[in-house]
Design a protein around this ligand. Structure first.
Ligand code: GLN
Length: 616
């Protein structure tokens, strides 16, 4: 037996540990002492945590060491104030301009008296005063509940740090009174200042900070718990003020070099957020002259450079939305066609355009799609847009699809949408815009195959003369009986047994022993294979005159797919016993039969090969 080997560690983790080793050696900076409780911190504490927006958590060093969140609470409380009051009300009280001053500067905007931004203490105290709740207790509880959503667990106030700051926080009280003087605070400032001290004393770890940052990176949804901590629409406001003001008088250099919205606290914590991608939390108490963690800045700077994370240096994603494009001449639906129909499809199916879309549909990615459609407008008769692999879709993309739908509809060209179940916004948007025309113009399909069949049928109806609905195929019309003489037809007919099925009935079960070949006399049947999650995929649909279930006649293997009657169905069944007997009594007829069988398998193999090479 092979000894069990441990799976290797992640290279991301190895990297964080290497950074940790490297920067643990840095001994610059001083632990904050102006809040006496903070002075007790061990300057060697050093934790790093990186969390992806998809919920992977990587930790190195003292990532579980508790400390107080301090100013890192400010952007999160700002988010709650926005939810409680709306953006307009909040902006009446607090601006959004960086000051270039220290965090505790006593600076208000001349004229309005507004604190310039919510990241300096004056703005943060004004923000805290906007938190809804009848009593001091409820307001604090609401803050703690909010932090619990961000961290994924209950949080508490570190009472000794809170008391320590409250006993010495005269400057912040002065700021509170000044805000009261300018009517930014409209009642006694002290309860708001106390609540501010409490929010700053919430106990967290570097791991918590990483997850909180990743929650902002994930549009407000905690990627570890899946819970929404803040409405997505406010995340941009939080990140904006972090981007411009989060690092106080170091904000400009920070965004220039590291390029991520960030926030630091005097206990030594820092968070950095790369929207849509990841969050970083670092903890190391010694601070530089700006009040930012020395090692924290070094770690963020290194990660940003090594991993190429600068927000303003992003790749071109314009062409990423079109995964694959094909026409109805290159690929057909799984409805098996007659030769005549197949010919029409290969000649004129080019007017059916199918776009498989993927990834994130926003203005710029959707623009590339509609540009392509417009570029091919004259050659397009019917358009299928497949959303199966689309991850997100925003309103500006919806708008472009709506406009393109109108342009095609004006020319009588249908647009079919497939796999839109996970895109409720698209449906809502089109419904609102199209009004009464919605039912007619919005044509959703469960999958591409059905949409393609719909387009093919429409094309065939326009091109081929209308055929009377076939009553029932005579033996001479079976594709399996091509080139049979009258005598052979008669002999063959005597080997067949008539069988009927109701619509929806399963004619062939997966795994069953094969005992017969089916010649479809009337109605239609479809072949399916089951897929994960209970769904099933259609492999083929047959109509009268065609043969099915013939593969097992050749290799005698158990049935590998299920066949279901789409309508009421009549079949002429050739048992495998009779198939064998025919060879003994009428070998020449059997040879013709086998030739025809070969031909039908050949057609299907060719189609499968075309599909494979097309999708390669
Ligand atoms: N509670 C601290 C203060 O108001 C927060 C400051 C900070 O972390 N920069 O002084």
């Amino acid at each position: 037996m092979k000894p069990e080997t441990k799976p290797p560690t992640s290279p991301v983790l190895d990297y964080l540990e290497q950074l940790h080793r490297e920067f643990a050696a840095v001994k610059d900076g001083d632990v904050a002492t102006y809040i006496p409780g903070l002075a007790k911190a061990n300057p060697n504490w050093f934790g790093i945590c990186l969390v992806t927006a998809t919920g992977a958590v990587y930790e190195a060093g003292d990532s579980r060491q508790p400390f107080t969140i301090q100013s890192i609470s400010k952007p999160f409380v700002y988010g709650l104030a926005l939810e409680d009051n709306g953006r307009t009300e909040v902006l009446k009280k607090i601006g959004m301009e960086p000051t270039g001053d220290a965090f505790n500067s006593i600076s208000l905007e001349p004229g309005t008296g507004r604190p310039r931004n919510p990241m300096i203490n004056a703005g943060a105290i004004a923000t805290t005063s906007l938190i809804a709740g009848k009593s001091a207790h409820t307001r604090l509880q609401r803050l703690l509940d909010m932090f619990a959503l961000y961290t994924g667990h209950g949080v508490t106030v570190d009472e000794s740090i809170y008391r320590s700051e409250s006993e010495t926080g005269h400057r912040n009280r002065a700021i509170g009174h000044m805000l009261r003087n300018f009517d930014i605070l409209t009642s006694d400032p002290i309860p708001s200042v106390e609540l501010y001290f409490q929010q700053c004393s919430v106990s967290v770890t570097a791991r918590d900070l990483g997850i909180m940052a990743a929650t902002l990176a994930n549009r407000g949804v905690n990627p570890v718990t899946g819970k929404q901590a803040i409405r997505g629409e406010y995340v941009e406001s939080i990140l904006s003020v972090m981007g411009s003001c989060g690092m106080y008088d170091y904000a400009g250099e920070w965004i220039y070099k590291i390029g991520m919205p960030a926030k630091s606290g005097v206990a030594g914590g820092i968070i950095a957020v790369l929207p849509g991608q990841l969050g970083i939390g670092v903890f190391s108490p010694p601070l530089d002259a700006h009040g930012n963690s020395v090692r924290g800045i070094k770690v963020c700077d290194a990660i940003s450079r090594h991993c190429d994370l600068h927000l303003l240096n992003r790749p071109n994603i314009g062409k990423s939305a079109i995964r694959f494009k094909f026409t109805g001449a290159e690929l057909n639906s799984s409805r098996v066609r007659t030769q005549e129909e197949s010919q029409v499809l290969s000649q004129s199916g080019g007017g059916i355009k199918v776009y498989q879309l993927q990834g994130h549909l926003s203005f710029i990615t959707a623009e590339a799609v509609v540009r392509d459609v417009i570029g091919d407008f004259d050659a397009t008769q019917q358009l299928i847009l497949d959303f199966k692999r689309v991850l997100t879709l925003n309103e500006s993309a919806c708008r472009l699809f709506y406009e393109i739908l109108l342009k095609l509809a004006e020319q009588g060209k249908p647009v079919l949408f497939t796999h839109t179940g996970h895109m409720p916004l698209l449906r809502r948007y089109l419904k609102a815009k199209l009004g009464k025309r919605f039912e007619k113009l919005f044509q959703p399909f469960d999958d591409n195959d059905l949409a393609l069949e719909w387009c093919e049928n429409r094309l065939l109806k326009n091109v081929l003369p209308a055929r009377p609905a076939r009553q029932r195929a005579r033996v001479v019309e079976y594709e399996l009986c091509n080139h049979f003489t009258l005598g052979e037809l008669k002999t063959f007919a005597s080997f067949l047994k008539r069988q009927s099925y109701k619509a929806g009935e399963t004619i062939i079960h997966i795994g069953a022993e094969a005992q017969e070949i089916f010649l479809l006399a009337r109605g239609g049947v479809s072949v399916f294979v089951p897929q994960a999650g209970g769904a099933r995929r259609r492999l083929a649909t047959f109509s009268a005159g065609m043969v099915f279930g013939e593969m097992a006649a050749i290799d005698r293997a158990p049935r590998s797919a299920m066949v279901v009657a789409d309508t009421e169905v009549e079949c002429d069944v050739l048992s495998l016993d009779n198939f064998d007997r025919l060879g003994v009594s009428h070998p020449a007829t059997k040879i013709k039969l086998l030739k025809n069988l070969n031909l039908s398998l050949c057609h299907r193999l060719r189609k499968a090969n075309r599909e494979l090479s097309l999708f390669d």
